[in-house]
Design a protein around this ligand. Structure first.
Ligand code: GAL
Length: 732
């Protein structure tokens, strides 16, 4: 039978290219996912992660092999891996964003301890995408995703491609390409059975098939006839129903493999009219781009943080689509998108530059690896098969498109470009539009895949006017695209600030292009996205102000912008009722929830005047549903520690974000209360972050990574003139 055993603990690491005779004592024990270097939040040199490192793992086989084959599966290592077992090379892989596996059966010794060694080159190798020229992001280094050991019988299921058919009819069905591998030198006849199960345990079994497998090769068998499903629950944005396909392989009456795959019934299509249709209904796409970068730990974020990003994009930012710019991202992120109903546009690694033939060969291999890994995910609606913003290359892009269509005839392709007259070889014209409006499409269907970004970098501690304008630029472009029936949607640049090369960004190795900062904490632009959430889901009301007398040029707070999904708002300043206001439909006629513009604030807030309390109340269907009150004090009164989770798994990798914040007595963040905050940790966990942290902006975050022993972990934070803050997290 198949066994999959996580292989993430008890690794050894040294940041050097060392030979086998270097003793383990010169290595450091680590758990995967791992970054080869922990960085400060900004102002560091990316050359610091560009080196060859050596990973070792000594292991006895966790289970007897019993004639099974043994594979080692890497989800991702940056960026070129050579893998050895007991000193013998079992394979290598060039590329940091796609998974790879090696059959190590013939290299392991079942009777004694084995040595697995990975020689990992994390330099920006010009022969491997995305490198060869400059790129506007950092890749970081290390075995930064998980590893597993996989035991399979000599005959096993190698790949499963589930295709749903006639989804919108009364008789939907499933067709499955099952790649079966017969690793033995004999022909083998097996019985393949299949069943589909719903989340609540309902099972529909299909007839089984006898299949003769020729020796020493793979064989693709298409299971048809999973038709007895009756009415299915569709996978949609609000109700992302998931199903499980179960495949069982029997030989001589004995079960030899059991494989499950998650999938969903949905129809996703960009049509000639310019629209995107999900299950036959037109949906305007509103989304953001995501880089997989985290402060301090680079790309080595474990499952919990990956899932959290999907949740932030869907629930905190109200988006319905994310683009995995500019590479395939963690399976945990994509799985979560499936589970919560967040659409994904996934693309191959690359940025503007196209390398030589070998480099292009890796790109084609990436197309294949991405699609084979991810083609069962209902959330993925399109494959990006161009190097982001590269020049035309007819031969390469014919090949990437053909390959994508061959591997997955169910999905359309896009290829992100930034010049309009580029050769259109894909199904969807995916266009980075930095015009600060939206250009009329020249080709259809048309999806805006980036806007804003470097045109208006904005820090969370910038002056208020800039933060408001940043938000309004997102609002204007989304408003405009919503008015254009020939545009399927717009995906802004970008969700989160990210570390970059010195050739880009603000000179401190950060592109401040996010609607949230690198800690996933909101700027006002995040409030704009959040305010597009339906009020039936939850009321949103965010006044875009720190409510100060003189941060804006000239002082005061005029006009006041409020992002809300309410029908109306009441604004009070001190005891004065300023008025009841409606959304600014004149400026934003197409947004579901236009921002509110409250004029005349100079009457109530004047240069040198008193700062009364601001109170904004939101009404939905005539009822008051939400209120925001800002009573401000310039005195820092509280240091707050706000963890996302109070419980972590003691597996050596599980990690949570801990936000810290300097606030006044009312809880308002004080963005300009610049202070050094220091931390103490007691218990079996490690804190990732600068300690002390020179806090600018009033809030930031650390990451707490669980150790491998259960117990309580207390984190204490201190800042000058403020009471200490502390939280306790339970490792189980
Ligand atoms: C685009 C590019 C993105 C990012 C963005 C900044 O041209 O595709 O990766 O650099 O500009 O606005």
């Amino acid at each position: 039978m198949r066994s999959i055993i996580p292989f993430n603990t008890d690794w050894l690491f040294t940041p050097a290219d060392v030979s086998a005779d270097v003793p383990d004592s010169q290595f450091e024990p680590i758990t995967l996912p791992h970054t080869n270097k922990v960085f400060p939040y900004h102002n560091f040199d990316n050359h610091e992660y560009q080196f060859i490192s050596t990973y070792r793992k000594r292991f006895k086989l966790p289970e007897p092999r019993d004639g099974r084959r043994l594979f080692i599966d890497f989800e991702g290592a940056m960026i070129a891996s050579e893998v050895f077992v007991n000193g013998v090379k079992v394979g290598d892989y060039e590329g940091g964003f796609t998974p790879f596996s090696f059959d190590i059966t013939d290299f392991v010794d079942e009777t004694r301890e084995n040595l697995l060694t990975v020689r990992l080159d994390s330099s920006e190798r010009p022969d491997i995408p995305p490198f060869g020229f400059v790129v506007d992001y950092l890749t970081f280094g290390g075995i930064y995703r998980e590893v597993a050991l996989r035991y399979v019988e000599p005959v096993y299921v190698k790949d499963v491609f589930v295709r749903t058919k006639d989804v919108l009819t009364k008789s939907p069905s499933v067709e499955v390409d099952v790649t079966l591998m017969n690793h033995s030198s004999q022909p083998v006849t097996i019985t393949l059975s299949s069943a589909v199960a719903t989340a609540d345990g309902l099972r529909i079994d299909n007839d089984s098939n006898q299949i003769a497998l020729p020796p020493n090769q793979e064989h693709v068998f298409t299971v048809v006839g999973l038709t007895a499903l009756g009415q299915v629950e569709l996978w949609s944005l609000t109700h992302p129903a998931l199903y499980t396909l179960e495949l069982e392989v029997r030989h001589n009456g004995q079960q030899i493999d059991l494989q499950t795959s998650t999938f969903g019934f949905r129809e996703a299509e960009f049509r000639k009219d310019g629209g995107f249709y999900l299950n036959g209904e037109r949906v305007k796409l509103i989304g953001l781009n995501r880089h997989q970068t985290y402060a301090y730990i680079g790309a080595a974020a474990p499952a919990r943080l990956q899932r959290k990003d999907a949740d932030i994009i869907k629930y905190e930012l109200g988006c319905n689509i994310v683009r995995t710019s500019h590479y395939p991202q963690s399976k945990h992120f994509i799985n979560r998108c499936d589970a919560i109903g967040l659409l994904v546009f996934e693309e191959i690694p690359g940025w503007q530059h196209i390398g030589d033939n070998d480099w292009q060969g890796i790109s084609l291999r990436d197309v294949e690896a991405m699609i084979l890994r991810d083609r069962n995910h209902p959330s993925i609606i399109m494959w990006g098969v161009r190097i982001n913003e590269s020049q035309d290359n007819t031969a390469l892009y014919r090949a990437t498109n053909d390959l994508a269509h061959k591997l997955d005839p169910t999905r359309q392709t896009g290829g992100v470009r930034y010049f309009q007259n580029s050769e259109f070889l894909e199904d969807v014209f995916t266009y980075n539009d930095f015009s600060n409006t939206v250009v009329d499409p020249v080709n259809m269907p048309h999806l805006v895949t980036e806007f804003n970004g470097h045109m208006y970098p904005t820090k969370s501690f910038d002056q208020e006017e800039r933060l408001v304008e940043h938000a309004l630029r997102h609002a204007r472009v989304q408003d405009k695209q919503l008015s254009m029936s020939s545009v399927a949607g717009a995906i802004g640049w970008c969700a989160f600030d990210y570390n970059t090369h010195k050739e880009f960004g603000s000179g401190d190795m950060i592109c401040y292009h996010g609607v949230m900062d690198m800690f996933r904490l909101p700027k006002y632009a995040a409030y704009f996205y959040e305010s597009q959430i339906s009020p039936d889901v939850r009321p949103v009301l965010r006044a875009a102000t720190i409510w100060s007398m003189g941060d804006r040029s000239g002082g005061g707070n005029d006009p006041l912008t409020v992002f809300s999904n309410c029908d109306e708002i009441d604004v009070h300043v001190g005891d004065n009722h300023i008025g009841r206001f409606q959304p600014d439909r004149a400026a934003f006629p197409n947004l579901p929830h236009a921002p509110f513009t409250v004029p005349g604030m100079q009457l109530w807030l004047t240069w040198g005047g008193k700062l009364p309390v601001l109170r904004v109340q939101g009404y939905y269907n005539g009822q008051p549903v939400i209120e925001q009150k800002i009573d401000c004090s310039p005195q820092p009164a509280q240091l707050l520690l706000l963890p996302d989770d109070l419980e972590l798994n003691a597996d050596g990798a599980d990690t949570t974000r801990i936000v810290f914040k300097i606030a006044d007595q009312y809880g308002n963040r004080l963005p300009f209360a610049i202070k050094s905050v220091s931390f103490e940790v007691e218990g079996p966990a490690e804190l990732y972050g600068e300690n002390p942290f020179p806090l600018v902006g009033g809030h930031a975050a650390m990451y707490l990574r669980a150790g491998r022993n259960p117990g309580l972990v207390t984190i204490r934070a201190k800042a000058d003139r403020l009471p200490d803050a502390s939280v306790t997290i339970n490792l189980i």
